[in-house]
Design a protein around this ligand. Structure first.
Ligand code: SF4
Length: 376
């Protein structure tokens, strides 16, 4: 038995990962997916037996920031993701092979089929796609070939998911998103600038455990990661509700950690799990460090103007609030739907709380606060 045929758990054990660490990783993934705790066992059993899924990672009109985010993975480490959880058969930036060897590795994976395609960067279509060519072939041609026999496609980052900055007006290259071109395969979007690698890991774990991509919203984003408004889970929300706003960078309100809405924060119109998952192994996130959310997980975020005040249309109740259900005499369909929805919200909030709790155990020095200025 070798690494290509044995289960993941036994392979990781030979690499020094203990059973306890493996179970903790499975519990963390269940929390990241906003699943009840009992699913951690199913995830562990599935991952223990799973064979490494082959992956082709394509880079088109990008800054490689999402590849950088991939290399910052810590649960498991990037090396473990590359070598163990995923079989990244082709990735221009991090693969050892080059030239014909690299192209041959890609061809073999495509010929075998059933692989995952991860797309980073938008795809240019103007002038027959000449603005992004690799090995003499256009990005459109390369993408079409790679997805032809794929099981699923994951678009990482806002450029691949929505066109991103290359698509910003006047969009000289005719940049489009992955979903604009791929119509006959399941496509999941993980927008963000960059995307958060925790959400890619959780998506892959869901795919390996349940054999399908997780539930998505109308923009093909997984609900476990993009189902809640940033504003509803922001630690500065109390200041927003109290009318306490920073009005200038460095003013008293900014130093005290008040709400950043008046400085252009797009948290009220953006959906992402940044407040709970955070970045750099859970160390912090933009709002925590004193800069407003720029809404990078939303389509055309660049056009909103980074420091323009967001146009707030309506609010929802914070997803972490306790659900309120009135007396129910009979279970009519609408009532069942209401209870189901509230249960979903509660599970999502519980998943967020569980993820934060599990993550914090790795940061004993972290106070749980996000802005030292708030403590003054
Ligand atoms: S506007 Fe921004 S800083 Fe203020 S509460 Fe909402 S997300 Fe947080």
């Amino acid at each position: 038995m070798n690494r290509f045929t044995e289960g993941l758990e036994s392979h990781l054990a030979r690499q020094g990962m203990s059973r306890r660490e493996f179970l903790k990783f499975s519990a963390l993934m269940a929390a990241a997916l906003a699943l009840p705790k009992r699913y951690a066992t199913q995830i562990a059993e599935s991952l223990a037996a799973v064979k490494r899924p082959p992956v082709i990672w394509l880079e088109f009109q990008d800054c490689a920031g999402c590849s950088e985010s991939f290399l910052r993975a810590s649960r498991p480490t990037a090396a473990e993701v590359v070598l163990d959880v995923l079989s990244v058969d082709y990735h221009e930036t991090i693969m050892a092979a080059s030239g014909n060897l690299a192209e041959e590795a890609k061809k073999q994976t495509i010929d075998a089929g059933g692989h995952l395609v991860i797309v980073e960067g938008s795809i240019p279509t103007a002038e027959d796609g000449i603005y992004c060519c690799i090995g003499g072939r256009t990005a459109v041609d390369i993408l079409n070939e790679a997805v032809s026999s794929a099981a699923a496609v994951i678009a990482v980052g806002s450029c691949a998911a929505f066109g991103g900055i290359p698509k910003a007006a006047p969009n000289p290259t005719g940049a489009v998103s992955t979903l604009d071109l791929v119509k006959d395969k399941p496509v999941l979007n993980l927008p963000g600038c960059p995307y958060n690698v925790v959400n890619l890991t959780a998506t892959v774990v869901h795919f390996l455990t349940f054999g399908e991509l997780p539930a998505m919203d109308q923009l093909n984003r997984p609900l476990f990661a993009y189902g809640a408004r940033i504003h509803d889970n922001c630690e500065r929300r109390g200041h927003f509700d109290a009318g306490e706003f920073a009005l200038q960078w460095g003013d008293e309100g900014h130093r005290k950690g008040w709400c950043l809405y008046r400085l252009g924060c797009k948290g009220p119109v953006a959906f992402h799990n940044c407040p709970s998952v955070r970045w750099n192994d859970g160390a912090n996130w933009p709002v925590g460090s004193g800069h407003g959310c720029i809404g990078c997980s939303e389509p055309d975020f660049w056009e909103m103007g980074l420091y323009n005040v967001a146009d707030i249309q309506k609010f929802g109740a914070p997803s972490t609030f306790a659900p309120v259900v009135g007396p129910v005499q009979t279970i009519a369909p609408p009532t069942a739907a209401l209870i189901g929805g509230l249960t979903g919200l509660a599970i999502g909030a519980a998943g967020t709380a569980a993820y934060m709790q599990l993550s914090k155990k790795d940061h004993p020095d972290e106070s749980g606060g996000n802005n030292s200025e708030e403590k003054k």
